[in-house]
Design a protein around this ligand. Structure first.
Ligand SMILES: Cc1cc2nc3c(=O)[nH]c(=O)nc-3n(C[C@H](O)[C@H](O)[C@H](O)COP(=O)(O)OP(=O)(O)OC[C@H]3O[C@@H](n4cnc5c(N)ncnc54)[C@H](O)[C@@H]3O)c2cc1C
Length: 398
């Protein structure tokens, strides 16, 4: 991507100016990211969403050239960056389109994160650059038809060691881009020690079959899949060498959960910006609807939700940078910002009246996508229970 210098300007919807805390180098990438999203994603996203089609593959390459994949990891780091910056990237992506934010969250976070957290140095060196360059599109296969919130205990896919290989059998559900990925990280239970382990699985491996989940009404650009693993043979070299139990899986999820909280704020901002524009254009009772007090109230409440959420996610990412972030901190952030997002997108859609439910005005996309963000990477209930356990010392999951 060409680098044309442009002025950084904080988002108007970042009311307290948190974005000014970024370094000049980080602001520079944000400027380029915004230019890319406006030029390449915004013009096509509503059609792709309506038709449930994935992004053209060249967009993945351009995102890679921009440095969006692999910047948190030593081997593929384009420049120094902080967790707060990674959060801002998630926000800026979701502000335009939550599917593109989900794509980056999967490739950069869940897939590359699995290899960074649980891979050996050799595996990191072999695989991370290939995802970073966009040569490979990845997917993360944890959830199963019979096991969603309870994957730690309920995961049923089995991996049986057979000499230098593993034979994997089972099924996965909801796997983002699992029907179009080149490589999927599959989490399976070792038949011998009953522990969950991760495997790097090229999707051309015999025994891997994936079917797109049809008629999904949120994040329609992301291609979620049902996957069947039928006597799939994977070499021991493709087992994530540091993955010994669900603890490593949880460590990967810990990395990404706070970024989902940031994406929820971005999705809220997308709806809010559309609502502010519409409030200035739509005339009722002889004046723009933004002149009516109750419409202003919808906007003020939305901005309040967005502003409190930005403060919260900024702090939780600072804690990650400081090394003090615990599971309950990111769980509270995800619970809080996704709940505020649900209110905000509903208020913003409401402001459009009937036009709020047709794609021509776009706000319905933010409204519908909010439902997926609310449920994936830990539902509100699961995150509440993680926080509840931290408060009381008592686990109330079962
Ligand atoms: C768009 C989308 C993309 C996704 N992408 C991926 C992906 O790429 N990879 C992947 O592995 N997974 C993915 N998922 C799966 C996602 O993580 C799960 O949907 C999520 O964890 C919830 O699991 P579930 O849908 O099976 O719901 P369930 O676990 O069946 O939960 C149903 C409801 O019951 C509630 N519930 C469950 N247990 C309790 C309890 N103990 N106490 C109180 N309430 C409870 C839940 O909070 C929820 O409201 C994706 C999901 C979606 C929707």
């Amino acid at each position: 991507m060409s680098h044309e210098p442009q002025q950084f300007s904080p988002l108007v919807s970042d009311f307290y100016g948190y974005e000014n805390r970024l370094t000049d180098q980080e602001k520079d990438l944000i400027v380029r990211l915004r230019a890319f999203l406006e030029a390449k994603v915004r013009p096509i996203m509503n059609d792709l969403w309506s038709n449930a089609e994935f992004f053209p593959r060249e967009i993945i390459t351009e995102m890679a050239e921009l440095g969006l994949f692999g910047y948190p990891y030593e081997e593929t780091r384009a420049f120094p960056n902080s967790a707060v910056f990674r959060g801002w990237v998630a926000l800026e992506l979701a502000r335009v389109d939550a599917s593109v934010a989900t794509l980056v969250g999967m490739q950069n976070g869940l897939v590359m994160g699995s290899i960074a957290v649980a891979g050996s140095p050799e595996q990191r060196a072999e695989w991370l650059p290939r995802f970073a360059s966009g040569e490979l599109l990845g997917a993360f296969g944890l959830t199963e038809p019979l096991s969603g919130s309870d994957t730690a205990q309920g995961l049923q896919t089995v991996a049986k060691r057979d000499g230098d290989t593993w034979v994997i059998n089972g099924a996965k559900r909801w796997i983002g881009n699992g029907s179009i990925s080149d490589v999927t990280i599959i989490w399976a239970r070792d038949a011998d020690d009953n522990q969950v382990k991760g495997f790097i699985v090229p999707t051309t491996t015999p025994g891997y079959s994936a079917k797109r989940i049809e008629n999904k009404q949120a994040l329609r650009i992301v291609q979620n899949a049902d996957i069947v693993l039928d006597n799939l043979v994977v070499p021991e070299a493709n087992r994530l060498q540091g993955s010994k139990s669900f603890r490593e899986t949880a460590a990967v999820l810990r990395l990404t959960r706070a970024e989902v909280a940031w994406a929820a704020v971005g999705n809220s901002i997308g709806a809010y910006e559309a609502a502010v524009a519409y409030a200035g254009e739509r005339i009722q009772f002889g004046k723009p609807i933004g002149s009516h007090q109750l419409v202003q109230e919808l906007l003020a409440k939305s901005l309040g939700n967005i502003t409190s959420s930005i403060g919260l996610v900024t702090r939780v990412s600072e804690m990650l940078d400081e090394g003090t972030q615990q599971d309950a901190h990111s769980a509270l952030a995800k619970e809080f910002t996704t709940s505020r997002m649900r209110e905000t997108v509903a208020w913003c859609r409401e402001l459009f009246g009937g036009n709020g439910i047709v794609m021509d005005y776009g706000v319905i996309k933010y409204f519908a996508d909010a439902e997926a963000i609310y449920s994936y990477e830990g539902t509100r209930e699961m995150n509440t229970l993680i926080v509840g356990r931290a408060i009381t010392g008592k686990a109330a999951f079962v």
